[in-house]
Design a protein around this ligand. Structure first.
Ligand code: PEP
Ligand code: MG
Length: 538
């Protein structure tokens, strides 16, 4: 058996098709006819464009706009003067052959991207590799793509590029496995969208199997079973069938407003980071948005988003949710989330430092832009504003009165603002949990942020692999704080939700229902499973 990273859930039983390594032999041979070599490169680029356009169309039909956009960025790379322009320069100035020119420019780009700290940017190196490889294969006259004839095929590759993944024929390919890759690589994301079981980061799967081998893929646990005996095959056939049946069954819950057996109504909501994420949340039958992490609007750009940009983003989500509750959290920057354009102090413990509401109360100029945008958007739906990292009543009061000030200013300007906006806090600092009954008298709601609450309660850094064994949501101290928070809210007649990862943890839901949690908010793909567990609770 081999263990890797479970990138896309599900089971598959089938035969291996090994994807050949497309490595080409690249020489330093110089060319004399520079013009002819540049034309050869141009032709290859044109061929790439035609191929990528057709891949993009297939992706658009099968996976939707967002996933197909990857190929737009590939097509754009082909026209990028810094990328393909640099290849021409390399031919011109060094008399390099086209293959060599493509290879050396790509290497330079890869070095830059792969050394970036940001995981997302590192993963984007895969896009550069993908495009460069396609140009090289076209230059070498080698066709791209996998020719798969048989059904129940399991594709095994060193790495699958996004374009390889998008081209997989779903009627034949039942899973894929790769030597390298992580959960956030594009191929892994696409596998989840296509709902193809996938395991990545298996290290040496390409040298452990050969074409035609019969294997089992357990995408739930991240295991590959090589040469299974008959009993194991039967066992996994049963698991696969049960899994597929359950997935179908769950769809029945899309429009169900869940209640426990004793009749308590519980809301199951979705967490989002970008306005577009709202679609998946709606598709999965969420009762609302329990957490919009607005800091993502501030990331991957060179300057602060303007009031107008933010207003459009919030309005979009509120309108799409058609009057259902939308909890929007104010900027939670700092800790592990930094902005390139906002200088921050060097701190020994950034998670205990200048972040979230602390930063916003200090930088009212930044805070004001967001609060004005939120208040203006409130007119278009059921907005609830939530402050992160509240540790004391005074912070909440300062933040709330700042919202009132901004509201008065907007009304003065003649702008429309809803007059029924609830204002609540995240309970993610133990102090807030301990003081929940007092805080509850002042706020409209709580949402428990277990991701931080656990790390602060157990003094176990949420980012550290070394202490991950201590990071336990079911630790009695954590459970006690959660219970206190829920009871504190209820004692003042307020509602209490949870938007940390624990809300979608199938092993924790029963306990949280028992404690009286009113709202669960989680990633879109966990919503239906959570609904199913909730309706089975007393
Ligand atoms: C949390 O801390 O549980 C939470 C939801 O916020 P974040 O993960 O963004 O810190
Ligand atoms: Mg948090």
């Amino acid at each position: 058996m081999k263990k890797g990273i479970a990138a896309s859930k599900g089971y598959a039983i089938g035969t291996v098709v090994l994807k050949e390594n497309d490595e080409l032999i690249i020489t330093d041979e110089k060319v004399t006819d520079i013009q002819a070599e540049k034309e050869r490169l141009q032709n290859a680029l044109e061929q790439c464009k035609v191929q990528l356009t057709s891949i993009k169309e297939k992706a658009l039909a099968e996976m939707g706009e967002e996933k197909a956009a990857v190929f737009d960025s590939h097509i754009m790379l082909l026209d990028d003067p810094e990328f393909t322009g640099a290849m021409e320069m390399e031919i011109e100035s060094n008399n390099s052959n086209a293959l060599k020119a493509v290879d050396s420019v790509a290497q330079t780009f890869l070095m830059i991207f792969e050394s970036m700290e940001d995981e997302y940017m590192r993963e984007r190196a895969a896009d550069i590799k993908d495009v460069a490889n396609r140009i090289k294969l076209n230059l070498a006259g080698k066709a791209m793509g996998l020719n798969i004839e048989a059904t129940n095929t399991i594709v095994v590759a060193y790495d699958l590029t996004p374009s390889d993944t998008a081209q997989l024929d779903r009627s034949k390919v039942v899973a894929f496995l790769t030597d390298i890759g992580g959960r956030t690589s594009h191929s892994a994301i696409m596998a989840r969208t296509l709902e193809i079981p996938a395991i990545v980061g298996l290290n040496d799967i390409t040298s452990s199997v050969k074409d035609g081998d019969f294997i089992i893929v357990d995408g739930v646990e991240g295991n590959v079973i090589l040469h299974p005996d008959e009993a194991t095959v039967k066992e996994y056939e049963a698991k696969r069938d049960a899994y597929e049946k359950e997935k179908e069954e769950l769809k029945k819950l899309i429009d169900v407003k869940v209640k426990t057996k004793s009749g308590k109504r519980i809301e199951v909501c979705g967490n989002i980071g970008k306005p577009e994420d709202v679609h998946k949340v709606i598709e999965n039958g969420a009762d609302g948005i329990g957490l919009f992490r607005t800091e993502f609007l501030y990331m991957d750009r060179d300057d602060m988003p303007t009031e107008e940009e933010q207003y459009e983003a919030y309005k979009y989500v509120l309108e799409k949710m058609e009057g259902k509750p939308v909890v929007i959290r104010t900027l939670d920057i700092g800790g592990d989330k930094k902005l390139t354009y906002l200088p921050m102090p060097e701190e020994m413990n950034p998670f205990l430092g200048y972040r979230a509401i602390r930063l916003c109360l200090d930088r009212k100029d930044i805070f004001k832009v967001q609060i004005r945008a939120l208040l203006r958007a409130s007119y278009y739906g059921n907005l609830k504003i939530m402050f992160p990292m509240i540790s004391s009543l005074s912070e909440f009061e300062q933040a709330k009165s700042f919202v009132e000030e901004c509201k008065a200013e907007l009304l003065n300007e003649g702008q429309k603002v809803s007059d029924s906006i609830e204002i609540g806090i995240m309970v993610e600092i133990p102090a807030a949990a301990v003081m929940a009954d007092e805080l509850a008298k002042h706020v409209d709601f709580f949402s428990i942020g277990t991701n931080d609450l656990i790390q602060y309660t157990l003094a176990a850094d949420r980012m550290s692999e070394k202490v991950s064994y201590l990071y336990n949501p079911m630790h009695p101290a954590v459970l006690r704080l959660i219970k206190m928070t829920i009871e504190g809210a209820h004692s003042a007649g307020k509602w209490c939700g949870m938007c940390g990862e624990m809300a979608g943890d199938e092993t924790a839901i029963a306990t949280l229902v028992e404690y009286g949690l009113d709202e669960f908010s989680m990633s879109a793909s966990s919503i239906l499973g959570a609904k199913k567990i909730i309706i089975d609770q007393e």
